[in-house]
Design a protein around this ligand. Structure first.
Ligand code: SF4
Length: 377
């Protein structure tokens, strides 16, 4: 149980959250397991997601052009979808919107914070933004969205709730929209009640899987994950692989990814120990490498050409320079955008590559394994 201070700090008030429903369903034991773990620092990707959510909430524009374009796309798409599904007026005068407000289920089963809810004509439209690059479970099968539909139906005077996910970095195909009526919301509520009751049982089972464990706080201490990893790593892979079915190979692939996550946790703990002066046999903290970088290429050329005008010519100097394509993309896009406010990042990239085709080359790297069919919620 949480103590009073923890309860005050925890905006979820000790209840399961809509964003954790998928994991709770896949691994009922994760609810108890996560509560015993401290909250980790946000990863870089999660921190970027938080910043972009804040831009959406406050209707501000990120500095980075790619992020600015992703945010603009989300606004455009949510406006289009709301107008289409709510039958509202174009000026939005008849619409009430709620952004980033935590809602509680009427019986205090769970809570959740929809990114945006628009309400009109006794209908609600809920949007959840995902700024990761891995596509998440589609709207029809997404338990987070289903839980949000329950919360919005409880809080707002509406007869139906439509939900969708906008994920500008993963897919811009027509976003799927799923509609909940009062009846389907009651079915979802009953489903979540059963999931939560199962999770609150002190003997709730731990069921490791890549989808369940990917963002679980208990990953570094979970005994079920340890056991699953042992089962795979102790097999004779050379002999066993040929015998394994495609499903078993997929399972091994997912566990390998969990093993990588665990390995990165071990590495960061070792580094933290060494930085704190803890001695670990055979390991020491190597000093950071010194890197000399030219920050002003034009000034560097002026100096060297002034000293060796015949040898260090403009052509010889630029032969030593490598153009940072990401920075050049940003520069070109900002120039095109200044000339045409409707210019899109993808179009600017395409334009740049076509324009500079004669003085560039395209290399194709080895293909890599890619997940299809939706990742973690
Ligand atoms: S790490 Fe995986 S198996 Fe362990 S509690 Fe979390 S979700 Fe469940």
């Amino acid at each position: 149980m949480m103590d009073a201070m923890e309860m005050i700090k925890d905006e979820r008030q000790g209840l399961p959250s809509a964003s954790g429903m998928q994991r709770l369903f896949l691994c009922p034991g994760s609810w108890q397991a996560e509560r015993k773990c401290q909250v980790d620092e946000e990863s870089e990707d999660a921190a970027l997601g938080t910043i972009l959510h804040a831009h959406m909430e406050h209707e501000t524009t990120p500095e980075d052009p790619e992020d600015a374009e992703a945010v603009a796309w989300c606004y455009e798409m949510e406006t289009f979808l709301c107008e289409k599904h709510l039958g509202m007026k174009k000026d939005w005068t008849d619409v009430q919107t709620i952004r980033e407000v935590r809602l509680f289920e009427r019986g205090r089963l769970f809570s959740g914070k929809p990114d945006m809810v628009a309400i009109c004509n006794r209908k609600a439209f809920v949007v959840d933004y995902k700024f990761g690059r891995i596509p998440v479970t589609t709207a029809e099968r997404n338990l987070q969205l289903s839980a949000l539909a329950v919360l919005v139906m409880d809080r707002c005077e509406v007869d139906e709730v439509s939900v969708c996910i906008l994920q500008p970095y993963a897919s811009r195909k027509d976003p799927a929209v799923c509609r909940y009526t009062r009846e389907s919301v009651e079915q979802a509520r009953a489903f979540f009640r059963a999931c939560i009751e199962r999770a609150q049982d002190e003997h709730a089972p731990l069921k490791p899987s890549e989808k369940a464990c990917r963002y679980c706080r208990a990953l570094s201490s979970c005994p079920a994950v340890s056991l699953a990893l042992v089962n795979v790593t102790s097999s004779d892979l050379t002999a066993a692989w040929e015998q394994w079915s495609p499903e078993k190979r997929r399972e091994a692939y997912d566990l390998a990814k969990l093993a990588e996550k665990r390995a990165s946790i071990v590495k960061s703990k070792v580094k933290a120990d060494l930085e704190a002066g803890v001695e670990i046999p055979g390991l020491a903290l190597a000093p950071g490498k010194k890197a000399f970088t030219i920050t002003d290429a034009a000034a560097a050329f002026q100096i060297l050409n002034g000293l060796f005008p015949d040898a260090i010519t403009a052509q010889a100097f630029t032969g030593c320079c490598k153009v940072g394509i990401t920075d050049l993309d940003k520069l070109v896009h900002s120039v095109r955008k200044a000339a045409d406010a409707g210019a899109k990042v993808a179009e600017s990239k395409d334009w740049l590559r076509k324009t500079l085709a004669e003085c560039a080359e395209v290399k194709i790297s080895d293909g890599s394994v890619k997940e299809i069919g939706g990742g973690a919620a």
